[in-house]
Design a protein around this ligand. Structure first.
Ligand code: PXP
Length: 250
C-alpha cells in the first residue's frame, strides 16, 4: 500500500476573503501553512464565475508555493489557456455549472468522450498529470482509460452525505471502483465532502493514492485553527492507512 497523499483545497479561504472583497484571509498564506502542517499538495478550483479562487491566486500559488498545485478546471477553452500558461503539476477536469453550489456530480466521461478528448490530450502533452473527477461507476472508469487520462478522482460526496446502510453501500461502490481503476492501470484519487468522521474508511482503500479535502478543513479552522485541522486529518488518514482504525465499518 503506497503512501496516501493529502491535497489541501484552499478554495474556501478565498470564499471568506471574497465575502468582503479585500485581501484577508489570503489563500496563498493558507497554502503556505498547509505545507508546514503536512499537506503533500495544494488544490484550487478556478471557477468560470471566479466565486472564490482568482486568476491572481493561481499565479501566486505557482510562484510562491513549493508544493505541487492540482488545478481543478472545467473543460473550457478559457481554462485550458490558463492551465497551459501556468503549467501546474496536475490538472483535474471537473464538471461545472454556474447555478450549482459546489461540484455536484462527477464528469460524464462516457457521454462526453469526444468533447473531453482534446482537453486531456492538450494538458497531457504540456506535461500536466491529468485527472478526471468521476462517480464510482465502472463505465466512467473505462471511458477515462480510453481517453488516456492517467488518473481518476472518485467523487466521495454521496458517500459522505449518506448515513447507515446507504453510506456502507456507497463505500462499497468506492472500494470496487478503486480496485477497478487499479486493474485498468489508472491512479486513483478521491475527494469531496470528506470530514474527520468519513475520511478513515476512504483512506483505508489501498488503491487510493491521494485525497483532496477543503471545505471541512476550512470550516474546522474557525474553531481550532487550520494547522491543527490539517494535522488531525493527516493523522486520521495515516492511522486508517496503517489499519489502526476499525475502518471497514465506515
Ligand atoms: N475534489 C474535487 C475534484 C473537487 O471539485 C472538490 C471541491 O472543489 C474537492 C475534491 C474538495 O471537496 P471539499 O471541499 O468538499 O473537501
Amino acid at each position: 500500500m503506497g503512501k496516501l497523499r493529502l491535497g489541501v483545497n484552499i478554495d474556501h479561504v478565498a470564499t471568506i476573503r471574497n465575502a468582503r472583497g479585500g485581501r484577508h484571509p489570503d489563500p496563498v498564506r493558507a497554502a503556505r501553512l498547509a505545507a508546514q502542517a503536512g499537506a503533500d499538495g495544494i488544490t484550487a478550483h478556478l471557477r468560470e464565475d471566479r466565486r472564490h479562487i482568482s486568476d491572481d491566486d493561481i499565479r501566486r500559488l505557482i510562484e510562491e508555493i513549493d508544493l505541487p498545485l492540482n488545478f481543478e478546471m472545467a473543460a473550457t477553452e478559457e481554462m485550458l489557456e490558463i492551465a497551459l500558461r501556468h503549467r501546474p503539476h496536475a490538472a483535474c477536469l471537473v464538471p461545472e455549472k454556474r447555478e450549482e453550489r459546489t461540484t455536484e456530480g462527477g464528469l460524464d466521461v462516457a457521454g462526453q468522450h469526444n468533447m473531453l478528448a482534446p482537453y486531456v490530450r492538450a494538458l497531457d502533452k504540456a506535461g500536466m498529470r491529468v485527472s478526471l473527477f468521476v462517480e464510482a461507476d465502472p463505465r466512467q472508469l473505462e471511458a477515462a482509460k480510453s481517453l488516456g487520462a492517467p488518473v481518476v478522482e472518485l467523487h466521495t460526496g454521496a458517500y459522505c452525505e449518506a448515513e447507515g446502510e446507504e453510506r456502507r453501500a456507497h463505500l462499497d461502490r468506492l472500494r470496487k471502483a478503486a480496485s477497478e481503476a487499479a486493474r485498468l492501470g489508472l491512479e486513483c484519487h478521491a475527494g469531496h465532502g470528506l470530514t474527520f468522521d468519513t475520511v478513515g474508511a476512504v483512506a483505508a482503500i489501498p488503491e487510493v493514492m491521494e485525497l483532496n479535502i477543503g471545505h471541512f478543513l476550512v470550516g474546522e479552522a474557525i474553531f481550532g485553527g487550520l494547522d491543527s485541522a490539517i494535522k488531525r486529518m493527516r493523522a486520521l488518514m495515516d492511522q486508517a492507512r496503517s489499519g489502526a482504525l476499525g475502518v471497514r465499518s465506515a
